[in-house]
Design a protein around this ligand. Sequence first.
Ligand code: PMP
Length: 404
Amino acid sequence: MPFDAEAVRREFPILSRRVHGKPLVYLDSAASAQKPRTVIDAMVRAMEHSYANVHRGLHTLANETTEAYEAARGKAAALIGAETNEVVWTKGGTEAINLVASGLGADLKAGDEILLTEMEHHANIVPWHFLRERQGVVLRFAPITDDGRLDLEAFRNLLNERTKVVAFSHMSNVLGTVNPAAEFVALAHAAGALTLIDGCQAIVHEQVDVKALDTDFYVFSGHKLYGPTGVGVLYGKAERLAALRPYQGGGEMIGVVTQENITYADPPHRFEAGTPPIVEVIGLGAAIDWLTALDRPAIVAHEARLYARVSEGLAGANWLRVLGEAPGKGAIFAFTVEGAHAHDVAQILDRYGVAVRAGTHCAEPLMRRFGVTSSARASFALYNTLDEADSFVDALTRTQAFFA
Ligand code: PMP
């Protein structure tokens, strides 16, 4: 049975609003997804009924909240096929990558190499640049092909005995390219490097199994996964987390503290200093419950239909340049319109009620690779409909007329 996007979108209160008098067509889910009622309700319920700080209480509310918080960890672990103690709560994908870069950096020296790709989000570039600036680590960027695939031969050639970490996105937030992550991990491991996969986009669309991928680290944010902002996940193999230096110091991450010494708590709590985003974790748990109850392969097929509808609708538009046409790509449509700045395109589309993003998408090296300073991006989610895909095509065609 085809996926019923109409039924699902009714669960998202915000999707019934209007913008400039037009029905909202929300095509910015790759930046942040909207939230279903069940997530909103779970967070309100947590605050109205059972809220206290976690882990340190002996009273009922503290215990109930701790239980809900830790139960959510189990849900995140199940989502990616991990053990519960391999899931660290962070404030997002960005913090998770910073945590790993900072921890691994302690063991890197000048001349050690980190291999990234040309399609990375700044979140998976800048934390590694810190290591270049501070300790002389060398960054390498594996190139991509014109249609937006990683150049596997070049990737292989860049791996060498100095490569200590290979960090790459599972799915590009601009090109929509889905990388053959297990293959990259195997190549990296064969070269003796550790791997970090940025799953911020892929987790929304792919069924991720970190054990099958065999990656050392995998990160994602809650807010793109129909959950709240302020929470994300770092998965690390148990032995990797055990070997990783703590990131921030404070309450809850310690064993014993004296004036002379400290010892640390075991992972994952070692990496969760201070009061965590309790309500957000509970909200993300609700989002995971909600998403995993849906037919995920049907969602992928639905999103592919949306992308195909847009591609067909705009086929032959000689004023349009699409960035990223890798086979099997996700439903992210990044584009430039001849003679128009992406910001102007996005603002005009907004007048038609169509929300798209424009700019560099936090991927400046990628923009440079394609010789553009910016692009617009329509990103599709499970709640978008074929009618909305048509509305986008229609609004974009009208928008282009302003610049013709
Ligand atoms: N990586 C990718 C591929 C992303 O798309 C994003 C969000 N745009 C991030 C990392 C950073 O995620 P966050 O801002 O939620 O930390």
